[in-house]
Design a protein around this ligand. Structure first.
Ligand code: PPS
Length: 370
C-alpha cells in the first residue's frame, strides 16, 4: 500500500497553476541573483577609493612586518630597506585582497576583462610620495593598479613575466594597468629588464628634496629598529674624515642624476615623467593633471578630489559625488622627522648640489631644492 502511494506521488504531474508559480519563482530568483552580481560588478569598476583600507591597515602594520606575500626580501643597496618595505607590502596586500574580491565579481560578468602587463610604472623614488600618487591615480576609472609593491624587476625577476601578469588586476579595453615599486629607480638591472618587457613602458618618478628624502628614509628605518646609530653618524664614512658615505642607501638614492643616466641608456627622456614630491603635497591636483596628460588620459582626478587636512599636514582624498569623509594615508606616511644637526644638513646640501644641477639639466626642470 505504502509502496503504491510513493509510486503515485513520484508520478504526480503539477497542475498548470503550480507550474506557473514555479516559473515565476524561477524568473524572480534569476533576476535577483543577476541584480546582486550587477551591483558588485558596478562597485568594482567605480574609481577605487582604497584609502580607507590602506589607512586602517597602516595603523595595524606599524612596527609589524609579518605577512609579506611577495617573496623573499632582498635589497641591493641596504638590508634595512627589506624590513621597511615588508611593512608597506603587508598593509598594501590587504587593500589588494579586497580589490581582488571585487575583480572576481566584476569579471564574472565581464568576460572581456583580462590581466595585462603594466603599461605604466611608478619606478621611484623611495619616500618620494609614491604611495600618495598611486592612490590618487586609482581614482581614475581608466587606471587599474596593483596596490602592493610587486618588486618583480628587482627581486622576483626569475619568477617570469607570467607570474608578474598574474599579480595585476583585470582590466578592460582602454584601461591602463599600473604598479609602483620605488626601488626600481636605483636598481642597476631594472632599466634593461623593463625595456625587454616593453620598450614603450611609461615611467613615472616621484622625486623629493634628497636631504629630506634621506631623513624620511632614516625615520622609517628607525621606526622599525629604534637602536640604529644616529642619522649624523651614518651620514659620514667615519667621524674624522668628514666624507659623506655614499654607500649608505639613504644617501645614495638621492643622487638622482646618477641613476637617471642609467635609465637614459634605454629610454628616451619623453618616456619618463618626473613628479615633484613637494608639489604633490602643495598642489596635488596640478601634479596629477600632469600625470594624466602624460598617460594620455582624460583629466578626471581634479581639485574637487582633494581636501587638505591641516592636522595631518597633507592632502587627503574625497569622492565629490559621495558626501563621504576625506580619506588620508595612514600614520606610516607623514611621520614626524627627528631634528638633525643643521651642520650635517648643510653638508648634505653641499654634497647634493652638483647632482641636483645635473638632474635639473637632464630633466629640463628646476625642482628648487638648492
Ligand atoms: N597625501 C599625502 N599623505 C601622506 N604622505 C604624503 C602625501 N603626499 C606625499 N606624502 C609623502 O609621502 C612620503 C612617503 O613616500 P612613499 O609613499 O614613496 O614611501 S615608500 O617608499 O612607499 O615607503 C611621506 O614621507 P614622510 O613625511 O617622511 O613620512 C610623505 O611626506
Amino acid at each position: 500500500m505504502e509502496y503504491s502511494l510513493i509510486l503515485h506521488s513520484l508520478h504526480v504531474v503539477p497542475s498548470p497553476h503550480v507550474k506557473n508559480k514555479l516559473f515565476v519563482f524561477c524568473i524572480m530568483l534569476s533576476l535577483w541573483v543577476y541584480m546582486i552580481y550587477c551591483c558588485v560588478g558596478y562597485c568594482s569598476t567605480m574609481p577605487n577609493l582604497a584609502y580607507g583600507s590602506v589607512n586602517r591597515a597602516e595603523g595595524d602594520a606599524d612596527g609589524d612586518n609579518r605577512g609579506s606575500s611577495l617573496g623573499a626580501s632582498r635589497d641591493l643597496l641596504n638590508n634595512e630597506s627589506d624590513l621597511d618595505s615588508r611593512g608597506d607590502e603587508w598593509e598594501e596586500t590587504r587593500a589588494d585582497a579586497k580589490a581582488l574580491g571585487d575583480n572576481v565579481m566584476s569579471s564574472f560578468l565581464n568576460e572581456s576583462e583580462s590581466k595585462k602587463l603594466p603599461q605604466a610604472i611608478i619606478i621611484g623614488v623611495k619616500k618620494g610620495g609614491t604611495r600618495a600618487l598611486l592612490e590618487f591615480l586609482r581614482l581614475h576609472p581608466d587606471i587599474r593598479a596593483v596596490g602592493a609593491e610587486p618588486h618583480f624587476f628587482d627581486r622576483n625577476y626569475d619568477k617570469g613575466l607570467e607570474w608578474y601578469r598574474e599579480l595585476m588586476p583585470k582590466s578592460a579595453e582602454g584601461q591602463l594597468t599600473m604598479e609602483k615599486t620605488p626601488s626600481y629607480y636605483v636598481t642597476k638591472e631594472v632599466p634593461s629588464r623593463i625595456y625587454t618587457m616593453s620598450k614603450d613602458t611609461k615611467l613615472i618618478v616621484v622625486v623629493r628634496d634628497p636631504v629630506t628624502r634621506a631623513i624620511s628614509d632614516y625615520t622609517q628605518t628607525r621606526s622599525k629598529k629604534p637602536d640604529i646609530p644616529s642619522f649624523e653618524s651614518l651620514t659620514f664614512k667615519n667621524a674624522s674624515s668628514g666624507l659623506i658615505d655614499t654607500a649608505w642607501s639613504a644617501v645614495q638614492i638621492g643622487m638622482y642624476a646618477k641613476h637617471l643616466e642609467r635609465w637614459l641608456q634605454y629610454f628616451p627622456m619623453g618616456q619618463l615623467l618626473f613628479v615633484s614630491g613637494e608639489r604633490l603635497i602643495s598642489d596635488p591636483a596640478g601634479e596629477v593633471a600632469r600625470v594624466q596628460d602624460f598617460l594620455g588620459l582624460r583629466r578626471v582626478v581634479t581639485e574637487e578630489h582633494f581636501h587638505f587636512n591641516p592636522a595631518k599636514g597633507f592632502p587627503c582624498l574625497k569622492r565629490p559625488e559621495a558626501n563621504s569623509k576625506p580619506h588620508c594615508l595612514g600614520k606610516t606616511k607623514g611621520r614626524t622627522h627627528p631634528n638633525i644637526d643643521p651642520e650635517v644638513v648643510q653638508r648634505l646640501r653641499d654634497f647634493y648640489k652638483p647632482f641636483n644641477s645635473r638632474f635639473y639639466q637632464l630633466t629640463g626642470h628646476d625642482f628648487g631644492w638648492d
